[in-house]
Design a protein around this ligand. Structure first.
Ligand SMILES: Cc1ncc(C[n+]2csc(CCOP(=O)(O)OP(=O)(O)O)c2C)c(N)n1
Length: 628
C-alpha cells in the first residue's frame, strides 16, 4: 500500500492532511530517514529531531514564496522530503544525488545554501529587508539550533534585527546539543529557562500573558499548548532586550501546537523568536542514547545503530593521541576546539588533560583570538579547526596571530575533500589563504607518522605554524613512540637518479600518486625524482632550484585548488630564481567541487597519475597515448 509520504510531491499536499495523517507522515519520514541513512550515512539525529517542526512549518507557510533558512542546514532532510524530493531521497549524499545540505541549485524551496553555522539569522534579515523594501508580504523564517547561539554572527544579527524589520520569525530549535554537549553561558541560560522551578508557576500564568499579547485565539492556542509538558509562554530577558518578542518554550514534537503557534506568529508585526524544545534522534533508540555519534555518521545497522569499526586510527585520532603526549611533557601545551571535540579527535585528549582542553562553542574567530591571548602569555595553544571552518577566522589569523608573530599552532583536519558533505565542507583553500600571510609556516604530512613529527615540530617552533591533514584514514604508517622534529622548510627526497628528466613535488596524501606517476614514467623509459614537499611555506627553494636546473619538467601534486596553491608557490619561486622550467600543476580546478566519493572525484578532475602522465607527454616528447 502506498504511504502518505510517497504521495507528497510538494508542500501543498502537506496542508491537506488531517492531524492523524500528519502523525502518520511523521512516522513514515522517520522510518525513511533511518533506512536511507543506514546506507548513505548522514545527519540522522538532527533530522529525527525536527520532523514535527518541519511538518508544521510547511503546513503553515508557503515555500518557495516564503523563505526557510535552516542554520547549517544539516537538519533540512525533512524539508527536502516535503518539497518534491522524496523520490530522490535514496540518493542523498551519494554521487550525483541530493546534497546533504540546502542547495540553491537543487530546488526553488532551498532559498539559501549553508553548511557553516551561524549564518541563518543574518541572511534571513537580509531577505526580510529586501521584502520590506519591495513591499512584499511573504514570510521569512530562520530555524537555528541552540548551538548556533554560540556563534558570534548570530548575536551580530540579533543586534540588528529589530532595527531593520518588523517581520521576521526566528525559531530556536533547542535540543541541548551541539555535536557534543553544547557549551557556555548561553547553553546554561537556555537550560535555566527550561528547568526553572518558576516554570510551573509561569505555566499557570501563561494563559493570562497570552490573552494580553494575542487575544482570545492565542489564548486558546496557549491552553492547548498548556496541555503538553513544556507548553507555556515565558518572556526571556535576553531576546526581549534585543527587540525580539520571545515565545516559548513549547514542545517541538507536538505538531498541532506548533501549527497553531506558527499561525499566531505569522500575524505579528514585530520580530519574534520561538523557543522550541526538541529531542535529537527522536524515534530511534540508538540515536537517542548516543546523541554525539548520531549527529552525523557513516552507514550503520538500521536495527541496532551499530557501525563498523575502521580498524585503524584516523588522522584525527593520531592528532589527538600525539597531543596527549605533547601535553604530558609540556605544561604549556593547551588544545582548543570550536565545538568539534569529536570531529577533531580532541574528545580523546580531554580525559587525559581536562585542564588543558577548551571547547569554546561554534566560535572560530574567538577560538583563534583566545589562542592568541594564551600564546601572548607564554602558552602553546594548538587550535584544532577544520580547514573549511578556519576560513571564518582569517582576520584573527592575520591580525592577531601572525602580525604579532605568536606561537599558535593551527591543526586543520579535513584539509582536502570532505567528500560526502560537498562544497561547504571541502577544505581546499587553506594553502592559498594562509600562504599569503607573513610569518606563517604551513606544512602537510604524507602519513600519520609525519603528522606526529609535524605536531612535535610545531611545539618547538616559536611562531605561527599550521598543519593540514585529510579526513579519515591515512596510509596506515606506524607512528613512532617518540616524535622527531623536522627541519622547517625542508622537503624530503624520496627517490632520485642522476638522469631524472622529471621532478615530482607532491604534498601530503598525493605522495603515493607521485610514486605511481614515477612508476608509469619509468615504464616508458623516463626517470623521475619523487619529492615529499612537506612545506608549502616556506618551500624548499634549494631542492626546487636543483631540480629546476637538472630536470626537464617539474610536476606539482596537491589536494587543494590550483589557484594560489602549492603549484603557484613553486611558479613564484621559479620566477624569483629566473628559471623557466615548465611546471605541470595537478590539483583542483577553479570551481566549487560537488559532493561525491573521493577517488571518482579525483578521477573526474584529473587528480590521477594517468591524467598527469598525459599532460607530461607533449613536454617530454613522449609518444601520444594510443586511443583504446
Ligand atoms: C562555522 C562552523 N563550525 C563548525 C561547524 C560544525 N557543526 C555542524 S553542526 C554543528 C552543531 C549544530 O548544533 P545545533 O545548531 O544546535 O543543531 P543540532 O545539530 O543540535 O540540531 C557543528 C558544530 C559548522 N557547521 N560550522
Amino acid at each position: 500500500m502506498a504511504t502518505i509520504l510517497e504521495g507528497i510531491d510538494s508542500p501543498e499536499q502537506v496542508k491537506k492532511l488531517t492531524p492523524p495523517e500528519l502523525d502518520q507522515l511523521a512516522s513514515e519520514i522517520r522510518e525513511r530517514m533511518i533506512t536511507v541513512l543506514s546506507n548513505n550515512g548522514g545527519h540522522l539525529g538532527p533530522n529525527l529531531g525536527v520532523v514535527e517542526l518541519t511538518l508544521a512549518l510547511h503546513y503553515v507557510f508557503n515555500t518557495p514564496a516564503d523563505s526557510f533558512l535552516f542554520d547549517v542546514s544539516h537538519q533540512a532532510y525533512v524539508h527536502k522530503l516535503l518539497t518534491g524530493r522524496q523520490k530522490q531521497f535514496d540518493t542523498i549524499r551519494t554521487p550525483g544525488g541530493l546534497n546533504g545540505f540546502m542547495l540553491r541549485t537543487e530546488s526553488e524551496h532551498d532559498c539559501y545554501g549553508a553548511g557553516h553555522a551561524g549564518t541563518a539569522l543574518s541572511a534571513a534579515l537580509g531577505m526580510a529587508v529586501a521584502r520590506d523594501r519591495t513591499g512584499g508580504k511573504e514570510h521569512v523564517v530562520a530555524i537555528a539550533g541552540d548551538a548556533a547561539f554560540t556563534c558570534g554572527i548570530t548575536y551580530e544579527a540579533l543586534n540588528n534585527i529589530a532595527h531593520h524589520t518588523k517581520r521576521l520569525i526566528v525559531v530556536l530549535n533547542d535540543n541541548e546539543w551541539s555535536i557534543d554537549n553544547n557549551v557556555g553561558a548561553i547553553a546554561t541560560y537556555l537550560n535555566k529557562i527550561v528547568t526553572s522551578p518558576r516554570f510551573d508557576y509561569l505555566h499557570e500564568a501563561a494563559g493570562k500573558l497570552v490573552e494580553k499579547m494575542g487575544g482570545v485565539k492565542a489564548l486558546r492556542m496557549a491552553r492547548k499548548a498548556g496541555e503538553v509538558a513544556k507548553g507555556m509562554l515565558w518572556p526571556s530577558v535576553i531576546f526581549e532586550e534585543l527587540g525580539l518578542k520571545y515565545y516559548g518554550p513549547i514542545d517541538g514534537h507536538d505538531t498541532a501546537t506548533l501549527i497553531k503557534t506558527f499561525e499566531f506568529l505569522k500575524k505579528q508585526d514585530r520580530p519574534v523568536l520561538l523557543h522550541v524544545l526538541t529531542q535529537k534522534g527522536k524515534g530511534f533508540e540508538p540515536a537517542m542514547q548516543k546523541q554525539k555519534k548520531f549527529h552525523g555518521l557513516g552507514p550503520y545497522d538500521p536495527e541496532t545503530g551499530e557501525t563498523k569499526p575502521l580498524g585503524r586510527r584516523t588522522y584525527s585520532e593520531v592528532f589527538a593521541d600525539t597531543m596527549v603526549k605533547l601535553a604530558d611533557s609540556d605544561p604549556k601545551v593547551v588544545a582548543i576546539t570550536a565545538a568539534m571535540p569529536n570531529g577533531t579527535g580532541l574528545d580523546r585528549f580531554q580525559p587525559h588533560h581536562p585542564d588543558k582542553y577548551f571547547d569554546v562553542g561554534i566560535a572560530e574567530e574567538h577560538a583563534v583570538l583566545f589562542a592568541a591571548g594564551l600564546a601572548a602569555k607564554g602558552y602553546k595553544p594548538f587550535c584544532a579547526i577544520y580547514s573549511t571552518f578556519l576560513q571564518r577566522a582569517f582576520d584573527p589569523v592575520v591580525h592577531d596571530v601572525c602580525l604579532q608573530n605568536l606561537p599558535v599552532v593551527f591543526c586543520m583536519d579535513r584539509g582536502s575533500l570532505s567528500a560526502d558533505d560537498g562544497p561547504t565542507h571541502h577544505g581546499l583553500f587553506d594553502i592559498s589563504y594562509l600562504r599569503s600571510i607573513p610569518n606563517l609556516v604551513h606544512m602537510v604530512p604524507k602519513d600519520e607518522d609525519e603528522l606526529a613529527d609535524m605536531l612535535f615540530t610545531a611545539k618547538l617552533w616559536n611562531g605561527p605554524i599550521a598543519v593540514r591533514y585529510p579526513r579519515g584514514l591515512g596510509p596506515g604508517t606506524p607512528v613512532k613512540d617518540v616524535p622527531r622534529a623536522i627541519p622547517v622548510g625542508k622537503a624530503e627526497l624520496l627517490q632520485h637518479n642522476s638522469h631524472d628528466r622529471v621532478a615530482i613535488f607532491a604534498l601530503g596524501a598525493l605522495v603515493p600518486m607521485a610514486e605511481e606517476l614515477a612508476r608509469k614514467l619509468e615504464g616508458e623509459g623516463i626517470s623521475a625524482a619523487v619529492i615529499n614537499a612537506r612545506f608549502t611555506k616556506p618551500i624548499d627553494v634549494e631542492m626546487l632550484e636543483f631540480f629546476a636546473r637538472s630536470a626537464e619538467v617539474i610536476v606539482t601534486l596537491e589536494d587543494h585548488v590550483l589557484r594560489g596553491g602549492f603549484g603557484s608557490a613553486v611558479l613564484e619561486e621559479l620566477n624569483t630564481l629566473g628559471l623557466a622550467t615548465p611546471v605541470v600543476r595537478i590539483g583542483w580546478p577553479d570551481q566549487f567541487i560537488e559532493h561525491g566519493k573521493l577517488e571518482p572525484l579525483r578521477a573526474r578532475y584529473g587528480l590521477t597519475p594517468e591524467a598527469a602522465l598525459e599532460k607530461l607527454r607533449p613536454l617530454l616528447k613522449m609518444p601520444q597515448k594510443q586511443p583504446v
